[in-house]
Design a protein around this ligand. Sequence first.
Ligand code: B12
Ligand code: SF4
Length: 506
Amino acid sequence: MKILLISFENTLVCFGVRMISAVLKRAGYETHILFLPREFNDLETDSDVMDIAQWVEDLKPDLIGISLMSSHLKRVLPVHQAIRKNRDIPIIWGGIHPTIRPEECLQYTDFVCVGEGELPMRDLAQALAEGKEIGAIPNIWSRSGETIIKPEPRPWMENLDDLPYADHDPEHHRVRHQNRIQSITPEIWNSYIPGFMDTHYVMSSRGCPHNCTYCCNSALRSITCGDYLRRRSPEHFVGELVEIKEKIPSIRGFVFMDDSFFYGNAQWFTEFCAAYKSQVNLPFYCWANPLAVTESRIKPLADAGMVGVHVGLESGSERVSGEVYKRKVSRTRFFECMDILHKYRRKISDIRVDVITDNPYETETDVAATAEVLSRLKKPFFVGIVSLIFYPQTELETRAVRDGLINSDDDELYYREFFHYRPTLLNRLMRATPMTPGRLIRFFLGVRHTAWGRALFYLYYFGYFIAIRRQIRDVRRKVTLFLFRKFGDRFKPDTVLKQRVALIDF
Ligand code: B12
Ligand code: SF4
């Protein structure tokens, strides 16, 4: 049986389809992956759709799996319909969107996978191959006339070490790049990971101990039973990194995408750091909740190669952070976390702070509080500002529907990009904080309600920050990329990674 998996994500990372492919291969099936990355989720043109459908027709798969997040739905539909028009192949959708909106997805497709898909997909392939009943496969929802069949879900997988490594074997992997379906070269891979070029994304765990109201974890945790937060053993994780390093010799570092990389017992970290340093020894980058940032975690990780950390402030207003987002990160704790990271700045050169904005539950004063916190952080740091999207089934979405702020069938999540925040004065002020003296930011905050204060800020923002600074950054970017292209092999991996990361500008 030949199975095709399709991803619509805008990078080639796609852990979900790679994991499913690995499990299907282990079970003896031939798998293919088609990646359809697209910047800002622009819709495929009619000819793109026909081209994709024709390629699928030529491949002649027996089963197709499509992986999607909410923002991909509008792109998935035309491709799904075009494939279907050519051939009557069973198609299953999986990923975060089908997991949280299965009924909606079943209006368009035959099967939907709710939750983790490795074992359900293997069982579905087997049932189809043997012509067996499908309705009872846990996690796989289907339709019989008007009735939706919802079998009992499987508990969260207990031991992640039982799974094979994600499928990084490019033989049957294709990408639609520059209007052509082709093999994935290192250049193509890098072109979808701006800034983090030559790095590879990996995950050591699944789940998160926190329950922030805007995050999918608040929706996912309760879809089935069992332990939600799980971690692979250090040997299993490092083993995969070693394999990737061997298969893709051009890589210069890793990005650990775990929701909660810093959680786990001390022994896990001791064993991981020792194994990583001796067997992998490449710079790495990861995400952290400020609550988990302690010196006892940071020091060994920095010694093992950590060059960058991404932490979530989300809001500098204690009210919004606690009452609206249900995060237990106080301002004091956040500053402590940043101080610890700065203490290791010679090793951790890239410190990124995430902020959520455009939240109807926030007042103007709340946003100003966030800008004020940012103005007090030691530099250098980067700030990533994202515009709040109410993702379905999250606690905050449920509250916003109840409060009449949005409709439950609101389709904003299908077209709005969360990097496109509103062009308000405070959002722009926050954006300028990493490159502007803290006192100046606080001065602008103090005069923001006066006409001259606003005029002065915009003069600074558009005159210096956007016009002059951006020119300087663009020249620096061009020179750095030229040098790395020409003499890349002569630099140490962490020098290349640090310089490239420094080129990213949200
Ligand atoms: C890593 C990650 C990324 C990575 C890689 C994504 C990836 N798919 O691998 C990157 C950085 C690229 C990324 C990008 C984005 N992300 Co992201 N990301 C995550 C994160 C932290 C983990 C996802 C993951 O890989 N988990 C591990 C794998 C194994 O699980 P999985 O992908 O869910 O797949 C399993 C099941 O879903 C299922 N499955 C998946 N696909 C399929 C297909 C079939 C056929 C079947 C049967 C089953 C199946 O089986 C898989 C294995 O068990 C999640 C948060 C989370 N905890 O889920 C957010 C999350 C998925 N991201 C989110 C968002 C919003 C984005 C962006 C849109 C943000 C942006 N605007 O830039 C972009 C996507 C941009 C784009 N246009 O494509 C949201 C999605 C919300 C939603 N309702 O859609 C999440 C849920 C975070 C949140 N806000 O709560 N992301
Ligand atoms: S800490 Fe991060 S991943 Fe965990 S629930 Fe909160 S936002 Fe989601």
